[in-house]
Design a protein around this ligand. Structure first.
Ligand SMILES: Cc1cc2nc3c(=O)[nH]c(=O)nc-3n(C[C@H](O)[C@H](O)[C@H](O)COP(=O)(O)O)c2cc1C
Length: 382
């Protein structure tokens, strides 16, 4: 696969994805918000962390296994929830689930998936479900119940989008909902015939354009139509009481995603959450947000060891995973990295992205003299 795609790292897959996708879809995958200082900050914060390796430790055998929620994973990595993956590849959500299952890694189904969660769950593997709340809350609760019925182990409630993020590029490109056709984006689509045939063509043959698949049929908006009232996500009225009610309703693990302040992590713990994801949504929500890797140490200080602390936003190398673990994270999630693989080559492309991250993690551990995940600690940072 590596030779076939000519992709030796995540940046190579990114370049391949970019070439394959129409510009508007590429921008949706890649871009941040407003002046996009947050994306650079996420990367700069990782790059500013350096290692102080140990030598002569006998690193012939590197064990990358760890546990999350009491169960083993082969690598401290999970696939983050990403909506609209179905625009990057035919039934992209299913491809993500399949590749994660193949690698033995947890996959987080997005509320904004474009195929039913039942179809995604057919891929098997360890599943988590990410929740956005529709204005009509009963719709969301019905999906939450379905997710539990499908065996999802954890409910991830995303908290960092209280309002719609300011994605000015969508207003320019017309690639929003409803999708606005104009001469520029029509030309853009025509210039990407492989995507047109391989993604949109296959949808046309199999019964239609992707929509918000988790809503009841009568409320589903196609990407070309406006969402009906009630079927819009609404979070500006979400509060701790509502999350507490979700805690009471959901029998599995509850994780709050998008926590950057230690006081909120404390509150999550007090409420009975099993974990938090320290995340700035890949710099797709608030441009001026602290990098999540910079926010991690204070959160570890407050709740580390008492609940699962996961991290995402900006992970592009195995060394980033090791840095997050050295600062106390239990597990890392990757959003764009698997999506680059998806857009570059479907299930095989995602598998390749995950294999790259695995190999890089293993190599970094060996370079540091860390033979197991337990041996990765702050002493190895310098
Ligand atoms: C295209 C795209 C769609 C996303 N959709 C969702 C979503 O539906 N729900 C959610 O909680 N987070 C969503 N996210 C955020 C990711 O879960 C994750 O927090 C972020 O991608 C991590 O940063 P990274 O892309 O640098 O790895 C999305 C991210 C991307 C790139």
């Amino acid at each position: 696969m590596a030779g076939e795609l000519g992709c030796w790292n995540i940046a190579d897959l990114r370049a391949r994805a970019r070439a394959r996708l129409p510009r508007g879809i590429w921008e949706y995958l890649e871009r941040g918000v407003e002046d996009e200082t947050g994306m650079a900050r996420n990367r700069a914060a990782f790059d500013a962390i350096t290692f102080r390796p140990r030598v002569l430790r006998g690193v012939e055998h590197i064990d990358t296994r760890t546990t999350i929620f009491g169960r083993e994973v082969p690598l401290p990595l999970a696939v983050a929830p990403t909506g609209a993956a179905g625009l990057m590849w035919f039934e992209g959500d299913r491809a993500l689930a399949k590749a994660a299952a193949g690698a033995g890694l947890p996959f987080t189904i997005s509320s904004a998936s474009t195929i039913d969660i039942e179809q995604i769950a057919e891929a098997g593997g360890r599943l988590w479900f990410q929740l956005y709340l529709w204005q009509e809350r009963e719709l969301s609760l019905a999906v939450v119940d379905r997710a539990w019925g499908l065996g999802c182990e954890a409910l991830f409630v995303t908290l960092d989008l209280p309002v719609t993020p300011n994605r000015e590029y969508i207003m320019r490109s017309g690639f929003g909902t409803p999708f606005r056709l104009d001469h520029r984006n029509v030309l853009d689509i025509i210039a990407h015939p492989r995507w047109l045939a391989g993604v949109m063509g296959r949808y046309a043959l199999s019964g239609g354009i992707p929509s918000q698949a988790n809503l009841p049929r009568h409320l589903r908006a196609k990407v070309t139509g406006s969402a009906p009232p009630g079927a819009l996500f609404k979070h500006d009225n979400l509060d701790w009481d509502e999350v507490a009610r979700l805690r009471d309703r959901w029998p599995g693990r509850l994780v709050l995603k998008g926590v950057l302040h230690p006081a909120d992590a404390e509150r999550a713990l007090a409420l009975g959450a099993d974990g938090v994801v320290v995340s700035n949504h890949g710099a797709r929500a608030l441009d001026g947000s602290i990098a999540s890797i910079a926010a991690l140490p204070a959160i570890i200080e407050h709740v580390g060891g008492r609940m699962a602390v996961m991290l995402d936003s900006g992970v592009r190398r195995g060394s980033d995973i090791v840095k997050a673990l050295a600062l106390g994270a239990d597990l890392v999630l990757a959003g764009r990295a698997p999506l680059y693989g998806l857009a570059a080559g479907g299930t095989a492309g995602i598998a390749h992205a995950l294999a790259i991250l695995e190999a890089e993690t293993r190599r970094t551990m060996a370079m540091l003299g860390a033979r197991s995940i337990a041996e990765i600690d702050r002493e190895l940072l310098g």
